[in-house]
Design a protein around this ligand. Sequence first.
Ligand code: UDP
Ligand code: MG
Length: 199
Amino acid sequence: MLPEVVFVLGAPGAGKGTQCSFIAKEYDFVHLSAGDLLREERQRPGSEYGEMIEEKIRNGQIVPVEVTCSLIHKAMMNSGKSRFLIDGFPRNKDNLEGWERAMSDKTKLLFILFFECSRDLCTERCLGRGAAGSGRSDDNLESLQKRFNTYLHDTMPIIKHYDRKGLVRKINAEVCPEDVFDCVKKVFREAGLEKRIAN
Ligand code: UDP
Ligand code: MG
């Protein structure tokens, strides 16, 4: 059986990471955050991509897909598991085409979870996260403006592309995390995905 994938998309601060960690706790899915994988690679001593990644992240731009996709692929292989939430990817046409070239016949795409949240609320959350010590070099107003532009110009078209294929499951992410998760659970139930059996 092919490994199964759910892509998780939404504006910066929409709550992708929070919801993915809830999902991974209750369902048999491994949470792979593309942003976290890139931040890890940036920190890896001897990485030839560290500086490029930092510059892209700070400027809200998107890292070339060869780098991101190979980090995701490696993490999938190393997990030994077969169901994945891929959080924050694919974010632009380069990501989408690179994934399709390298991975589409190695995986089965189940659906796209799309967390919808207003720009103001997302900005407030990211600034709050920055002030609370997220340590992220892009949780500041200047980077956030750039991240939002990239989201609107580059990521929204990808979400629309998948929506035309009937793959997008849209969720209101403006309520509290528990209420958002109730909607997520409904999507999973409708997709026939059961909770992990307690042991
Ligand atoms: N990023 C990227 N490719 C990806 C995912 C993330 O280049 O596939 C970079 C991009 O610069 C982005 C940053 O990493 O702005 C942070 O992404 P993350 O998903 O962690 O942020 P979020 O959207 O969850 O706030
Ligand atoms: Mg995130």
